[in-house]
Design a protein around this ligand. Structure first.
Ligand SMILES: C[S@@+](CC[C@H](N)C(=O)[O-])C[C@H]1O[C@@H](n2cnc3c(N)ncnc32)[C@H](O)[C@@H]1O
Length: 222
C-alpha cells in the first residue's frame, strides 16, 4: 500500500487582512459570496497577494486539483493500493475516500474545496468523501498514518532511482510531496525517515506525483 501526502499545500480561504482589497471585493461581488467563503487564488488575487506574508507562494488550489486528479484516477487507486491525503499550510489534514470523483472542471473543484474548508466535510451529511481535520501539523499527520517508511521528496534530498528505491521498500510506504510552487517545506522534515530527490531538475507537483505513482505501481505490480 502506498500513502501519498501533499504537504504544506497552498490552499486556504481568503484571509481576513485581504477582505477589503479591491481585487477580492470585485471577485466576491462577481461570485455573490462573502470573501470569507472564497478560495484564495493567485491567478485572481495576485495584486492582493503582494500584501500578504509569503504571498509569492500562496493561493495555489490548482496544485491540489492536479494532485487529486492524478492520484484518484491512477491504476494504483483503481486497484485499491493507494491512500491519498492532503496537509495544508494552516495545519488542516484532509482525508480522501478513494472512490471520490474529483470534478475535472476547475471552477467546480473550487466550489467543492470552499465547501470542505467551511463545513469540514463533503458532502456535509452522510458518509464523507473528503473530510477535514483541524490542528494537524505534519508530525500529527504522520502519527495518524502509521507508515513503515516515510519519504519526503525534495530537490535537496539524496538522489535515488525511484523504481529501485521502491523495490527495496517493504510494508506501507508514505511519500510526501510539497504542495507549493516555490521555496521549501514550511513543515519541519525531521519527522521523516529520508529525504529523496528524483532528478537534478526542479519539477512540478504533478510531474513528481505521476513519477511516484507510476514507479510504485511498477515496483509492486511488475
Ligand atoms: C514545485 S516544487 C516546490 C518548489 C521548488 N522547491 C522550487 O523552489 O522550485 C513542489 C514539490 O515537488 C517535489 N519536487 C520537485 N522537484 C523535485 C526533485 N527533483 N526531486 C524530488 N522532489 C521534487 C518536492 O516535493 C517539492 O516540494
Amino acid at each position: 500500500m502506498l500513502n501519498l501526502l501533499l504537504a504544506d499545500a497552498e490552499i486556504e480561504l481568503i484571509p481576513r487582512e485581504l477582505f477589503h482589497h479591491p481585487s477580492v471585493k470585485a471577485n466576491a461581488k462577481r461570485r455573490g459570496k462573502p470573501p470569507a467563503e472564497i478560495l484564495l487564488d493567485s491567478t485572481i488575487h495576485h495584486s492582493a497577494l503582494r500584501k500578504l506574508t509569503e504571498g509569492e507562494r500562496r493561493g495555489r488550489p490548482d496544485l491540489v486539483h492536479f494532485y487529486l486528479l492524478l492520484a484518484l484516477e491512477s491504476i494504483m487507486n483503481k486497484r485499491g493500493l493507494l491512500k491519498t491525503y492532503i496537509h495544508t499550510r494552516n495545519d488542516e489534514f484532509i482525508t480522501v475516500n478513494p472512490s471520490t470523483r474529483i470534478p475535472k472542471n476547475y471552477n467546480r473543484f473550487v466550489g467543492l474545496m470552499e465547501s470542505l474548508l467551511l463545513r469540514g466535510s463533503v458532502p456535509p451529511d452522510g458518509d464523507p468523501l473528503l473530510q477535514l481535520h483541524r490542528g494537524y501539523d505534519l508530525k500529527k499527520c504522520l502519527e495518524e498514518l502509521h507508515a513503515s517508511k516515510v519519504m519526503a521528496l525534495s530537490e535537496e534530498g539524496t538522489r535515488v532511482c525511484l523504481d529501485e528505491h521502491f523495490s527495496g521498500t517493504s510494508g506501507d510506504a508514505l511519500c510526501i510531496i510539497g504542495g507549493f510552487p516555490k521555496g521549501d517545506f514550511k513543515s519541519d522534515l525531521y519527522v521523516v525517515d529520508e529525504i529523496i530527490s528524483i532528478s537534478e531538475e526542479h519539477l512540478t507537483v504533478w510531474t513528481v506525483t505521476s513519477e511516484v505513482l507510476v514507479n510504485y505501481e511498477n515496483s509492486v505490480l511488475g
